[in-house]
Structures are given as structure tokens and as C-alpha cells.
Ligand binder design. Structure first.
Ligand code: KG4
Ligand code: ZN
Length: 343
């Protein structure tokens, strides 16, 4: 480790391509967003009901030059004004990751500036520092996305203790699978969120998996319960109200997430919660957590939806933090689909 590799007001180009968003941003000083361009591939993958890795990688290659160009133009900065480059190194889809990671390394080499590979989930945690620059550790982070569901104890900025994680599907994956089963399209999370507003969350008593059992999660049983419920209703010719199914499913997910993140706070004697990942955009999860935290005088930081989904700004923010600590990544490093979170 050396001294700081960037100044406190450095402009970092952040690149994120771990899944199906081609995302590039410019962030100054690790906290000020100058631009945050997200090119979603949702339409491309919609007919398949999920992300097709090969298509995602190709689309990243096609879109990257335009997204980078737009990020620089939105920020009003030239190439020469970029002080460092950060790119997602993993975890994620390897073909997709390679596009952003190689772009990041090549850009850093061409500009002769430092390069930092960022862990995708550290990026999701850092979205909270963009939303609330005064945020200070310790805090509990609930990261709920299409690929991950975990509770971290952020002991100090950059040091993570994993308190709990999903034993099977990720929360977003459960939303996507249930939505596909209900014929709501892809991505499923926003579709279920929207439809739930017209449904009764208490209509169906779906299981609260792992409730009262520590800090791990499980979603495969809940998904099966939804499938069984719908199949039985169809067999019996009952009137199936999709909005009720969606709202009841969503409530079961949210119930357990709220319970566990509050338990983590209690166990670690921490009074700040930050939310991250695509599922953090969920209206009901936000609502329920806001109510629960207000009651317990817990500080809750929920970034804007644009910072919750995969984006380049969170990668630039996490990269700034690492580079300021003198940590950089060799241009010979490779992207890794199963990268471990820094300790
Ligand atoms: O963090 P993200 O953009 O990508 C991954 O790293 O996985 O998360 C995408 C996931 C998808 O599964 C999507 O259905 C879910 O986040 N999602 C939502 C909502 N918006 C996105 N889930 C529930 N409610 C939402 N409003
Ligand atoms: Zn993500």
C-alpha cells in the first residue's frame, strides 16, 4: 500500500457492466456526481424472461463507446480532466464484466492515470455515501439485488463483515421468477412493485422463510409456494387476483428483510441502516423500513432509485475510496465472476 493515489477532489470515471446495464459515470471527490449514464438492456432480454449472458456481453461492447461519451459530455469534462478510472471487477457475468473491466484498464493506460477494480457489492454499499455524504461507519448495509442478498456490518468504511446471506435465490431473482410465472414480464421487480399497489398484501399467507432463524435468507420455498397457490387456483377454477398474489408475495419478502436488518442492528448495537441493490428500489420495502426505523430512532439511508440499480457512480465512489487509501489494481489483473468482498 502506498500514499493516496488521487486527491480529495479527483474526478473518477466509473464503469459498471456486471450484468445487463451498461453504465458509466463521473464522480468528483468520491461524493459529487457529475454524470451517471445508465443504458439498460431490459428490452433486449425481455423476450427471454431473464438476462442472456452472451447477448449482454455483446450489447455492452456495442454501447460502451456511446455511454462513455455521454458520461463525459453530461459531466462537462474532457478526457484530460479524468484523474483515475474505476471499473467493476466482479462478481457478475464474466463476459459482461470483461467488457467494462477491459475498457477501464485500456482507458487508464491511455490516459496514464491510476486504475481500480471494484467489487460490485462494495459499489452498492457506496451508493449510500453518494446519497448521504455525511454517512459514517459503523452501519448495517442490506444489499438486495438480482444476484445477491446479504446483510453486512460495515465496521469502518471499506471493512465488511458478512452477517447473513441468501442460501438459495437472491431477492431480485425471486421477484423476477415470480413475475415471469405470473406473466408480468422482465424485469419482474418493478412489475410486481407496480401491480402490488392495487392488491391486498394480506390476501394470501405466504411463508416467511427463515423468519426467527438468524440473519440468512431463503427464497426458493416462497417461490414454490406462489407457484403452488396459482396452480391450485387454476385447477379449482377460482378467481385468481394477480395483484393480490403479487402484493402478498412482496409482503412476505419485505417482512423478513425488515425483521433481519433490524435484528442485525440490535445484535451489533449499530443505529444506522443503509439500503442498496436493485430491490432497494422497492416501494414497499422503503415504506416499511422507514416506518420501522422511525419507531426505533434508527437512521435510514435509502439512495435514489437511480443509485440503487447498477450504475457507474457507485463504482466511481468506491474506487475513489480505495485509490485515496493507496490501493490500485494492476493492469494485468482480470475480472472475476466470483470475486470475494474485501475484508
Ligand atoms: O442491483 P441490480 O440492478 O442488478 C444486480 O446486481 O442484480 O438489481 C436488479 C434486480 C432485478 O432482479 C429487479 O427485478 C430488481 O432488482 N428490482 C426490483 C425493483 N426494481 C428493480 N425488485 C423489487 N422492486 C423494485 N421496484
Ligand atoms: Zn447490482
Amino acid at each position: 500500500m502506498s500514499g493516496p493515489l488521487v486527491s480529495s477532489d479527483a474526478r473518477i470515471l466509473g464503469i459498471e457492466t456486471s450484468c445487463d446495464e451498461t453504465a458509466v459515470a463521473v464522480v468528483q471527490g468520491g461524493r459529487k456526481i457529475l454524470s451517471n449514464v445508465i443504458a439498460s438492456q431490459a428490452k433486449l432480454h425481455e423476450p427471454f424472461g431473464g438476462v442472456v449472458p452472451e447477448l449482454a456481453a455483446r450489447a455492452h461492447v456495442e454501447r460502451m463507446p456511446f455511454v462513455v461519451d455521454q458520461a463525459l459530455r453530461d459531466a462537462g469534462v474532457s478526457w484530460r480532466e479524468i484523474d483515475a478510472v474505476a471499473a467493476t471487477q466482479g462478481p457478475g457475468l464474466i463476459g459482461a464484466l470483461l467488457v467494462g473491466f477491459a475498457t477501464g484498464k485500456a482507458t487508464a493506460a491511455a490516459l496514464d492515470v491510476p486504475f481500480c477494480g471494484v467489487h460490485h457489492l462494495e459499489g452498492h454499499v457506496f451508493a449510500a455515501t453518494l446519497a448521504e455524504p455525511s454517512l459514517d461507519a459503523p452501519y448495517i448495509a442490506l444489499v438486495v439485488s438480482g444476484g445477491h442478498t446479504a446483510i453486512y456490518h460495515v465496521i469502518e468504511q471499506g471493512t465488511y463483515q458478512t452477517l447473513g446471506a441468501t442460501l438459495d435465490d437472491a431477492a431480485g431473482e425471486a421477484f423476477d421468477k415470480v413475475a415471469r410465472f405470473l406473466g408480468l414480464g422482465y424485469p419482474g421487480g418493478p412489475a410486481i412493485d407496480r401491480l402490488s399497489k392495487r392488491g391486498d398484501a394480506n390476501a394470501i399467507e405466504f411463508p416467511r422463510a427463515m423468519s426467527g432463524q438468524g440473519l440468512d435468507f431463503s427464497y426458493s420455498g416462497l417461490k414454490t409456494a406462489v407457484v403452488r397457490y396459482v396452480q391450485r387456483a387454476e385447477r379449482e377454477g377460482a378467481n385468481l387476483v394477480k395483484a393480490d398474489v403479487a402484493a402478498s408475495f412482496q409482503e412476505a419478502v419485505v417482512d423478513v428483510q425488515v425483521e433481519k436488518v433490524l435484528l442485525a442492528c440490535e445484535q451489533q448495537e449499530v443505529s444506522t441502516i443503509v439500503l442498496g441493490g436493485g430491490v432497494a428500489a422497492n416501494t414497499r420495502l422503503r415504506e416499511r423500513l422507514e416506518m420501522a426505523c422511525e419507531k426505533r430512532a434508527i437512521r435510514l439511508i435509502v439512495p435514489d432509485r437511480r443509485l440503487c440499480v447498477d450504475n457507474g457512480a457507485m463504482i466511481a465512489a468506491a474506487g475513489h475510496f480505495r485509490l485515496a487509501r493507496g490501493e490500485s489494481t494492476s493492469l494485468e489483473a482480470s475480472a472475476s465472476p466470483s470475486l470475494a468482498l474485501p475484508g
